[in-house]
Design a protein around this ligand. Structure first.
Ligand SMILES: [Zn+2]
Length: 460
């Protein structure tokens, strides 16, 4: 079973909630199962030489699971007669070495009560499906990276985002040819479960999500998926030990965990709405970076232990800056400037300055390694890490724009990198040696001094 999630940056003992683990042979005999004695989340099957493994089954008590996992965003949820929201990593185990095999198709079949609607982010349907749903994942990672939502209190919305309306005719044609796309629209889904329907305007949230996705499609100009789900949960914490507010990105979806009590309706201030939408945009943006553009140790992923990654400043810092850039680019010039300044001051510089001195003195790759398992649980590490990464991205953007008289920007480098990753089927990590080369190739600007400055910066 996994104990770590790509982009989770922490450790969760999902294996603790596995019960009734049973293996049977093709002749129906039970196969002996032993849990590893040294505390790992793995079991060994002792299959006789004349027997063939046929089935493995286990159950997970989601009530116990949710009670035991204190970070709300990392847990699956169950609400009697209302809702089930399942995070794939938290329930799907694997047989070694299928976690490391790129092409290992896995079929998922989900059954619920007959009258319950189901939404699979793995294979979403434009119509509501009831009772049974299924899909095929390319491999274990794609299966575990998906989510399952169901229940009468699940709010389901399907919207087709048409490319010919989004892109001007000339560039649309070029974009589609480059990507071998036959589709002319993105199937976009918004799944919402809220325990505060009064203060949470679902229609407004859907509009904010659609606009965020459109802005990111325009920004990236590369569409590596044909369907995408924004799933949003506003859950009342089970007790004061449970905390929310941390969202997670996936290949074809994001799970937005909204802090209970957040008010998003016509009475919200502009800044509240702007910040709320920015968080959605940031997590949609992650479908490009780091889900499909990443450095070493992000993929292939070590599910059993939290891997130490020294480039989270890129995943999160550049990820935040790009979300801001994409949202700002869609605004009229004066509003665009204000939008940027708001996030640079209140989100990047603010958290850059807020951290205690000992964190500020950590070199960026070292802080990234520390935050690999503490990002959200000790957000002093996570916030300072993304703030520094975003300010590095800002410095690079300003350098590129000034050297090219605004003909190029950071965006050109990012698009170049995503195209490079696309040419490698989105499965090869880039190296730090390649990083400045990508920007040089894309913009003819040398960003290596900015990179070195931020990587070596130890004193504020
Ligand atoms: Zn993020």
């Amino acid at each position: 079973m996994p104990r770590s999630i790509p982009s989770g940056y922490n450790l969760q003992f999902y294996d603790s909630y596995v019960d009734n683990l049973i293996a049977k042979s093709s002749s129906g005999n039970f196969i002996t199962i032993k849990k590893e004695s040294t505390g790992g989340p793995r079991w060994t099957l002792e299959c006789a030489s004349n027997e063939t493994l046929s089935t493995i089954s286990y159950s997970i008590n989601l009530t116990k699971h949710e009670q035991g996992i204190l970070n709300i965003g990392d847990a699956s949820k169950i609400r009697l007669n209302r809702y089930i929201g399942i995070l794939g990593y938290s329930i799907f185990g694997y047989l070694e070495p299928m976690d490391k095999v790129e092409n290992f198709p896995v079929m998922l079949i989900v059954q619920s009560l007959l009258e319950w609607p189901i939404h699979l982010t793995l294979s979403p349907s434009n119509q509501q499906i009831y009772g049974t749903a299924s899909g095929i994942a390319k491999n274990y990672y794609h299966l575990a990276d998906s989510q399952i939502y169901m229940g009468p209190n699940m709010n389901f919305t399907y919207i087709s985002i048409s490319y010919d309306k989004l892109f001007p005719c000339s560039s649309l044609h070029q974009t589609l040819i480059e990507q071998n796309q036959t589709q002319i629209s993105l199937s976009f889904y918004v799944i919402i479960y809220t325990e505060d329907t009064k203060n949470f305007d679902i229609d407004m949230v859907i509009k904010l999500s659609v606009q965020a996705m459109k802005n990111l499609l325009l920004y990236n100009n590369i569409i590596p998926f044909s369907f995408y789900t924004v799933a949003m949960e506003m859950i009342k914490p089970l007790d004061d030990k449970h905390t929310g507010g941390f969202s997670i990105e996936h290949l074809n979806s994001c799970t937005i965990n909204v802090i209970y009590g957040t008010i998003i309706n016509k009475n919200s201030t502009d800044n509240q709405i702007k910040t709320f939408q920015y968080n959605i945009a940031h997590h949609i943006q992650h479908a490009w970076l780091p889900k499909r553009l990443f450095s070493i140790f992000y993929y292939p992923f070590t599910f059993e232990l939290t891997p130490v990654i020294d480039t989270i400043w890129f995943n999160e810092g550049f990820g935040q800056y790009i979300a801001m850039d994409a949202m700002a680019n869609a605004l009229p010039l004066n509003e665009s400037y204000e939008y940027r300044q708001y996030f640079i001051e209140n989100r990047f510089k603010y958290y850059f300055n807020l951290a205690p001195l000992f964190i500020k003195q950590m070199p960026l790759p070292y802080l990234s390694m520390i935050a690999s398992s503490l990002y959200s649980s000790d957000f002093r590490t996570g916030s300072n890490l993304y703030a520094r990464g975003a300010l590095m991205a800002k410095d690079m953007d300003e350098l590129i724009q000034s050297k090219t008289l605004k003909q190029k920007s950071l965006r050109d480098g990012i698009i170049y990198m995503v195209k490079w990753s696309e040419s490698n089927s989105y499965i090869i990590p880039f190296t730090m040696e390649q990083f400045p080369e990508f920007f040089m190739n894309a913009t003819n600007v040398d960003v290596s001094l900015v990179l070195e400055k931020w990587l070596q910066l130890t004193h504020i």
